[in-house]
Design a protein around this ligand. Structure first.
Ligand code: FBP
Length: 290
């Protein structure tokens, strides 16, 4: 099944095709390079390679006017007009959780398609997708119409679930950051959740969020004592994942409000606390943190 908007469909088809190649290309690209990304994190060879591959392909699509990525400082201007209705922009995390490449654990790719110049609000998203490189390669795609899950093989995508929603009875939780670095109020919340749900944390947001989509629950990377803004990036991670989870019937939050309503104020690499999951769990979190 194709997406009704032709530009979004081309982005999704390009991502589906590229994901198979990215997965195959991880072999031999596990080593760290002597560089850091704009957020000051060590890059592996695969981060840079996947970014270059996606930048070349996504920025060449007619109707895409800007490409931004977690792995590069500046936005690529691809021509077109972001203010016009057919001028979409894309924000990409080419390899989310790439430190998991060393230990050969799950990783992902995230793409947000915005109908606004970057940096943009999550409310300007018209579609978002993540690819999960697990035992099999899957993609969860949220559009204005629905959320669907696909299996990706040989460049093809095959829909395996439609109208995906979070299960009503939550089962799992995963919270990032070192526990001694958590704030007292977040620690109190986490202590309650630990008595109710099962821990599932793998160090790659896409793997952990997909557990929440599959079983219900909550994923969070909170603001830390040493870093109140948290670790994850609003444009590349927080907003696209927030969009997917909200389209699937859940809620997203930065601890105070939906991630989709956050006005970016610090440029393309702005960080934010991220919480996504079943609505009652996010409601309780906001009450606890307020
Ligand atoms: P990268 O995209 O730079 O790898 O960072 C994002 C991330 O790996 C998330 O996928 C994950 O949730 C988080 O960092 C893990 O951080 P920590 O190791 O502090 O738990």
């Amino acid at each position: 099944m194709t997406v009704s908007d032709p530009v979004v469909e081309t982005v999704v088809a390009t991502l589906s095709r590229s994901a198979t190649e990215i997965r195959q290309g991880l072999v031999g690209r596990r080593g760290a390079v002597d560089e850091e990304n704009p957020s000051g994190e060590t890059q592996v060879e695969a981060d840079i390679w996947a970014d270059e591959l996606l930048a070349e392909r996504l920025s060449a699509i007619d109707g895409i006017s800007q490409y931004a990525s977690e792995e590069r400082e500046a936005i690529i201007d691809c021509g077109g007009d972001a203010a016009s209705t057919d001028g979409y922009t894309v924000a990409v995390d080419p390899l989310d959780g790439s430190s998991n490449l060393t230990s050969n654990n799950a990783m992902g790719t995230i793409v947000g398609v915005y109908d606004a110049p970057l940096p943009a609000r999550g409310e300007d998203l018209v579609a978002a997708a993540y690819v999960l490189y697990g035992p099999i390669t899957t993609m969860l795609l949220a559009t204005e119409d629905t959320v669907s899950e696909y299996e990706l093989t040989g460049g093809e995508r095959r829909r395996i679930r439609e109208d995906v929603t979070l299960p009503d009875d939550p089962v799992v939780y995963g919270f990032g950051g070192r526990v001694p670095d958590w704030t007292d109020t977040f620690t109190e919340y986490a202590r309650e959740i630990e008595t109710e749900l099962k821990l599932r944390y793998g160090g790659a947001m896409i793997g952990d969020v997909n557990q929440v989509v599959t079983y219900g629950g909550i994923f969070g990377y909170p603001g830390l004592e040493s870093r109140p803004e948290g670790k994850l990036r609003l444009q590349f991670e927080g907003s696209p994942i927030g969009y997917i989870i909200e389209r699937a019937g859940g809620r997203s939050s930065n601890g105070e409000q939906s991630l989709l309503t956050v006005e970016p104020s610090e440029g393309i690499h702005e960080r934010t606390p991220v919480f996504v999951g079943n609505e009652p769990l996010i409601d309780r979190l906001e009450t606890q943190l307020s």
